[in-house]
Design a binder for this molecule. Sequence first.
Ligand code: CA2
Length: 149
Amino acid sequence: MAKTVYVLNGPNLNLLGTREPDIYGRATLGDVEKLCRTAAKQHGLAVVFRQSNHEGEIVDWIQEARSKKAAGIIINPAGYTTTSIAILDALLAADAPVIEVHISNIHARESFRRRSYISQTARAVVCGFGIQGYSLAIAGLAAMIEAKD
Ligand code: CA2
């Protein structure tokens, strides 16, 4: 059976493609999901793809990934990147590798966006590649999973 990776998206990412195209591009979250499914298929992985505006729901999904023995977690924590100890704690308890993704280059924006709580538990961080960052994250995660097998 194919190994599963969770792709989790934080608050306001449901608005992708509707506002701020200069920063986030014109693709929608539906387009991101398609991109992830295509990339995952190329690596023989299955995808659980979700978005929530609620911190606790994201914590629940990280715990679900652990209980279902997911092979990895890709997370764009969005606005929770710089605030959420709860998401950090849930990820610290996850057994699988975590990849942090940001669509924009958070280092080229306001300084508060750089202070990620999530990065300390991430095996890798991808930012500034637009939505292609998600497929890069899947390719990198697939290599980590293969290296472990
Ligand atoms: O670049 C990223 O992916 C971010 O995680 C996006 C977050 C932001 O708080 C982070 O600093 C960087 C914001 C997500 C909101 O996305 C929107 C997209 C379109 C329109 C409005 C919001």
